[in-house]
Unconditional design. Sequence first.
Length: 70
Amino acid sequence: MANKIYSPTTWVNGRQPAISAENLNKIEQGISGIDDRVIELDGDIADISAATQTATDAQISAIVAKIRGI
């Protein structure tokens, strides 16, 4: 399991922390980090899918070759 990369801020009306550029940028960086991880995972899924399809094709070819050899 991947490590958590974002620690949410608890916001309470009229209390600290104030809405500031620093706090808003923290949110933006968290969103950007999550987006990067989604893109990476999407690539991993595509790689796994392609590898699975290649292995399946090879297995089917082997079975067909055996059937033709009978």
